[in-house]
Write a protein that binds this ligand. Structure first.
Ligand code: ADP
Length: 492
């Protein structure tokens, strides 16, 4: 099968969060299974160009219709760790992708509407005819809309679309302008409730809703989150749309790329290990402490790695830092936040704890340090308010770093409490779980974890091994996505 991934991110070349990891890992798995996959991305100025091999121009002149005229683009091709990637570079004074950042610009909606249009135009003009176009998140919500309403008539008649929602919080809610820019026009038609009209703002259209309505199949990234999105406020207003399209909506748990995330072969950590050589993990703990100026001591090291976003339960993260260092544990945080208020809050904590030898906060994005933290820490905390899937707990499991999580979304689908998961045999329990999003729940659960580490080291070790034994690779989800592709190809 020939699959085109149209995506704003792909790890490690253009990664902000889990979406990037998913696109890379799923693509690799699909290729191993004999499919041809091509990834289409914007050519950002701030990408990691050191991860692209053989970058060269593939198409000199791609003219993408935009408003009344057209924008001249070039399309580049390069391999990203073996994956075939095409990068779209517009030459216009809008400078859509030369902003030094991936997201957070005032015209994000226009930037990605343009990218969606350019991707379809590229497929059309280059003669590529994928069986399936797999789109991701609000940024590409207009791809199935334009495919069905415009490009179907121009030569892309047999392409089917699978649309994956990684995060319902950002939906691309905007005005009619984007319809004129892309050539869709006809506001009366698209502002219909059954099409793109936002469910709560009658004078706005919603690109993610368009993606849901027009795609042949819609997935989100865990079965629990598929339920939450339909039946709770976690659908962020799209619950009714998902109900209407329930027949083509489901949850597929993300996999983890064990080529990239595997302590046995990870080149970014000083001491490789697996279950049989688990004691070698502790050399990484030493290295991590040395690197971050944390004192060597007989105590557990707890970590947080992730975006510092309201979604991630930042108040609980901050509370966990103070609780840990006041209760015999050490804490390491690696995170960055585009939100100035959250950023300020963590800079304050960092200054406050500047001289504390049991704690280090690294505020920024650092892929290499993330690997060392997963390998060196004893536990990883993920206290999210909502979490569609979550990768950090899966990485923790693989690295023998015991997850402490809140039971939402993919966290609930993958982590089973050592003491309370009564439906699981002891050797399948792999972490600590709490339910309420409050300080008491965090304290109680961290307390249980820290006590187990001190009082029952053998039990703690078993928990580490149980986690490492889990298989959350792309093997099963890859098969599942192929099933979806086959289904939409043959359903007519
Ligand atoms: P989300 O997609 O909501 O950001 P996930 O848990 O699905 O969360 O994925 C997070 C991914 O991003 C993981 O691979 C994690 O290691 C990585 N990551 C997040 N923040 C940072 C950071 N500051 N430095 C390095 N890696 C990070």
């Amino acid at each position: 099968m020939f699959i085109a991934m149209v995506t704003p991110e792909c790890a490690p070349v253009a990664k902000v969060g889990g979406l990037g990891d998913v696109v890379f890992g799923l693509t690799r798995e699909l290729e191993i299974r004999g499919n041809s996959v091509e990834i289409i991305l914007p050519k950002y100025d701030c990408m990691r160009y050191d991860h692209i091999w053989g970058l060269q121009k593939d198409m000199e002149d791609l003219w993408v219709p935009w408003y009344g005229g057209a924008i001249h683009c070039s399309v580049w091709f390069g391999f990203v760790h073996g994956r075939k990637c095409f990068f779209i570079e517009p030459h216009s004074k809008d400078n859509f992708f030369n902003r030094g950042v991936y997201y957070g610009c005032n015209d994000d909606v226009m930037r990605y509407a343009f990218f969606s249009k350019a991707s379809l135009e590229f497929l059309l003009k280059s003669g590529k005819r994928p069986d399936v176009i797999h789109c991701h998140d609000w940024q590409t919500g207009l791809v199935p809309v334009m495919l069905y309403e415009m490009y179907k008539h121009g030569g892309l008649a047999n392409q089917r679309v699978c649309y994956t929602i990684h995060n319902f919080m950002h939906q691309g809610v905007t005005g009619a302008d984007v319809l004129w820019a892309t050539g869709l026009g006809r506001p009366d038609y698209y502002f219909h409730y059954d099409r793109l009209r936002d469910n709560f703002n009658a004078s706005a259209i919603n690109l993610m809703k368009g993606g849901i309505v027009y795609s042949n199949f819609v997935t989100t990234v865990s079965p629990k989150h598929a339920w939450e999105a339909r039946f709770t406020d976690q659908g962020c207003g799209l619950g009714h749309t998902l109900h209407t399209h329930a027949g083509k909506f489901g949850g597929i748990l993300n996999g983890l790329d064990y080529e990239m995330w595997n302590p046995a072969i990870d080149k970014l950590i000083p001491s490789n290990y697996d279950i049989a050589t688990i004691d070698k993990k502790f050399a990484n703990k030493d290295a991590l402490r040395n690197r971050l100026w944390i004192r060597q001591d007989y105590s557990p090291l707890i970590a947080y790695v992730g975006r510092l976003d309201s979604q991630k339960g930042v108040d609980l993260v901050r509370h966990a830092i103070y609780y840990s260092i006041n209760n015999g544990a050490q804490f390491v945080l690696l995170g960055s936040s585009p939100d100035p208020a959250i950023n300020r809050m963590f800079w304050q904590v960092k200054h406050h704890l500047n001289d504390n030898q049991d704690c280090h906060l690294e505020l920024g994005y650092n892929e290499e340090l993330a690997h060392l933290i997963y390998a060196g820490a004893d536990m990883i905390i993920v206290p999210s308010n909502f979490e569609p899937c979550g990768l950090t707990q899966l990485i923790g499991l693989k690295y023998g770093t015991v997850p402490i999580v809140r039971a939402v979304g993919g966290l609930a689908d993958t982590i089973f409490d050592k003491d309370f998961a009564h439906d699981k045999p002891l050797n399948e329990r792999n972490g600590f779980v709490f339910h309420q999003a409050d300080f008491k729940a965090v304290e109680y659960t961290l307390g249980r974890a820290i006590r187990l580490w001190y009082d029952y080291p053998d039990h703690f070790r078993n928990l580490m091994i149980n986690g490492m034994n889990y298989d959350f690779s792309w093997n099963y989800p890859g098969q599942h996505y192929l099933g979806v592709y086959e289904y939409i190809r043959h359903k007519g």
